[in-house]
Ligand binder design. Structure first.
Ligand SMILES: Cc1ncc(COP(=O)(O)O)c(C=O)c1O
Length: 433
């Protein structure tokens, strides 16, 4: 069935007269028209034109339980009769913190705030306070939120990047404070030698090395074997903290995140997205003496919605569901994603389309490229973005939604049947490409 989107078009037209740009986040203004949704169930979404989609966008990652999961609905119903915010203590804060401690290796202590961007701000501040140093070393292609202090070299244009061994620090937004670059060093990811050299050069000034342990925001690229432990050893040697930004990998790659999958325990980690299954909640977790600077070391941390009971009720349900049978649901989601990836690669081969599917089971990314390996952000610059754009459009017509950069998130409720239908739809799409 080829879908049409007349009602979405009409709502978008109406929205543009009140809501800036017609959407709540500019990246959502996708072609051919931003879809307006009316409901969802399991792994499926319904739009206002009555079209059903198998959804692999999952609200850009958070909906790890899919849509209207009974356990989540029940938790929300129970919470609906209670205050939505206290700005004070309540027992769910402890329950969720304990659940996180039980599965996330670095979580000696936990703090809650609302968005991944805020969690990263706190992690940076804690690292600077703990080390007494000003600089943060980050990696090209990695995204840590939209705040001035970290919005550097996420997706710099090729002409802005500078030498590979010494990338420029590129501000990503007009209006971003210009001297923010002074406190940032940008390194190419997955390269131990360059990291070693840059850290040696800035040995007394780097407070933290921050990274996405899997580079999800530039095409779901995996760390090379041995890279994460090497980065940890180098950070330690130079007196810097290691911060894993697990906003995407957390409660997705494994119950304990990438840190438990790879067995590399950072000093601090940030979580968001999946932790509350679609409700706004983020987490900073880490070593006790670093975290407790908020109370004993003069580190300021605020937020009217910190520890919000509604979000924590969601997180409590999500974590209970995910922790059951030792994380069986997450393992299943990762197996489902592996099947999807294998099927996709096979289809592309049959249609002689150069495609590389990167990532891990529950977070994949499609790259239209003849390359057989992608190691860092710069490798992805040669992807055929026009072909991806066409693929996404045709997939949407066939009833399958992906993230606009080609990512696919798999939830614990995507089933065999969804994978089969998806691959059948993709076979038709490849036929048209
Ligand atoms: C790795 C990573 N860190 C931080 C953020 C920022 O999170 P939020 O959008 O909740 O502010 C994101 C968002 O996509 C992310 O992917």
């Amino acid at each position: 069935m080829i879908r049409t989107w007349d009602r979405s078009r009409a709502l978008f037209e109406r929205a543009r007269h009140s809501l800036t740009g017609g959407v709540s986040s500019p990246v959502r203004a996708t072609s051919p028209v931003p879809l307006y949704f009316s409901n969802g169930r399991g792994a499926r979404l319904l739009d206002v034109d009555g079209n059903e989609y198998i959804d692999y966008q999952l609200a850009w990652g958070p909906n790890i339980l899919g849509y209207n999961h009974p356990h989540m609905v029940e938790a929300m119903r129970a919470q609906a009769e209670r205050p939505y915010s206290y700005g004070a203590q309540h027992e769910l804060e402890i329950a969720v913190a304990e659940r996180i401690q039980a599965c996330v290796p670095c979580a000696q202590r936990v703090a809650f705030t609302s968005s991944g961007s805020e969690a990263v701000q706190l992690a940076q501040r804690l690292a600077r306070a703990f080390t007494g140093r000003p600089q943060i070393l980050k990696f090209e292609g990695h995204y840590h939120g939209w705040m001035d202090s970290v919005l550097h070299s996420h997706h710099p244009a090729p002409q802005q990047t500078g030498p590979r061994e010494r990338p420029n620090v590129v501000r990503e937004s007009v209006g971003q404070v210009s001297n923010s670059v002074e406190n940032v060093i940008v390194a190419p990811w997955n390269d131990v030698e360059v990291l070693e050299r840059l850290l040696a050069e800035h040995s007394q000034t780097v407070a933290a090395v921050i990274m996405e342990p899997v580079l999800c925001n530039s095409g779901c690229l995996l760390p090379k074997p041995g890279y994460l432990p090497a980065a940890q050893e180098l950070a330690r040697r130079h007196g810097a903290l290691l911060v894993f930004d697990e906003v995407i990998t957390g409660f997705r790659m494994a119950l304990g995140g990438a840190q438990s999958h790879y067995g590399v325990i950072p000093d601090l980690a940030t979580f968001g997205k999946a932790v509350a299954g679609g409700l706004p909640l983020s987490v900073i977790a880490g070593r006790q003496e670093i975290m407790e600077q908020m109370f004993t070391g003069g580190v300021v941390f605020g937020g009217s919605f910190n520890g919000n009971p509604t979000s924590l009720a969601g997180a409590n349900a999500v974590l209970e569901e995910l922790a059951r049978d030792n994380g069986a649901a997450i393992q299943r989601a990762n197996c489902t994603g592996d099947k999807l990836r294998a099927g996709l690669q096979q289809l592309a081969q049959q249609h002689r389309i150069p495609l590389l599917v990167t990532g891990f089971g529950a977070a994949l990314c499609l790259h239209f490229t003849p390359r057989s390996d992608l190691v860092d952000y710069r490798d992805t610059l040669a992807d055929d973005s026009e072909r991806l754009r066409r693929f996404l459009y045709l997939a949407m017509e066939e009833g399958v939604i992906l993230v606009p950069d080609g990512r696919m998130y798999v939830s614990i409720v995507h089933e065999e049947r969804d994978v089969e239908e998806t691959l059948a739809a993709f076979a038709r799409v490849f036929g048209k490409l």
